[in-house]
Design a protein around this ligand. Structure first.
Ligand SMILES: CC(C)(COP(=O)(O)OP(=O)(O)OC[C@H]1O[C@@H](n2cnc3c(N)ncnc32)[C@H](O)[C@@H]1OP(=O)(O)O)[C@@H](O)C(=O)NCCC(=O)NCCS
Length: 184
């Protein structure tokens, strides 16, 4: 899906939230690897990431060209500092109303309002795409993220105490959260 918005951050800087294109492959992959090396709250480790720059560019272009999935980049002064996206939960008709959400922001840029803006941009895309429910999984001790989701209206519907087994900290409990996007 296409998306374009310019926001003003807490420190006064401008940040562009936009869909990606093939030419963003290098910068987006760089950001992805960096973000995955900065916390233990994401699913994969940097050494597990195997896409090439070309594949990342094609992935972004495909998301931009389709009408029910999105990958949004947050860009400050030409640098990609965060990404967020929605994807359909499954291809079956009975799952067509549900999408999954994911987000990460480079650590140096936390607390400026980028994560929240990316979340609301994805909620907007999810509504435009006709989804009725947005879902996510978050590590229980990721307070900043849990708070952000609760403030946006996400509610917990379950937990898995042994969801992740971290190299660094052992089992990580994961909370399942969902947001209803329509009344019906
Ligand atoms: C979670 C994450 C995306 C938040 O991004 P961010 O740009 O720092 O978030 P924002 O500045 O927009 O703040 C969003 C909310 O986080 C919370 N928050 C921000 N700063 C905080 C702090 N210092 N302490 C606790 N909560 C904080 C607040 O609820 C804030 O909402 P508010 O502005 O309405 O008060 C970011 O920390 C991140 O990328 N973390 C690593 C990857 C990750 O955990 N992704 C989520 C996986 S489910």
């Amino acid at each position: 899906m296409k998306y374009h918005q310019i926001i003003t951050l807490r420190d006064g800087r401008k940040c562009v939230l936009r869909n990606g294109t093939k030419s963003d492959g290098y910068a987006a992959l760089d950001n992805f690897i960096l973000a995955h090396s900065q916390t233990d709250w994401l699913l994969s480790y940097p050494d597990e990431i195997s896409f090439t720059v070309e594949e990342e560019g094609e992935y972004l272009q495909k998301k931009t060209d389709c009408d029910n999935e999105a990958e949004i980049l947050a860009e400050i002064d030409g640098r990609i500092v965060g990404t967020a996206g929605i994807e359909r939960v499954g291809k079956h008709e009975k799952l067509a109303h549900r999408c999954d959400f994911g987000v990460s922001v480079e650590k140096d840029y936390w607390g400026l309002g980028i994560g929240k803006a990316l979340l609301y941009a994805c909620i907007d895309c999810a509504k435009r795409a006709g989804y009725r429910q947005m879902e996510l999984e978050v590590v229980a001790d990721n307070d900043r993220a849990v708070k952000m989701y609760q403030n946006a209206g996400f509610v917990e519907y379950g937990r898995n105490p042994r969801d992740f087994l971290s190299r660094y900290s052992g089992y990580q409990e994961v909370i399942y959260m969902r947001l209803e996007l329509t009344e019906d």
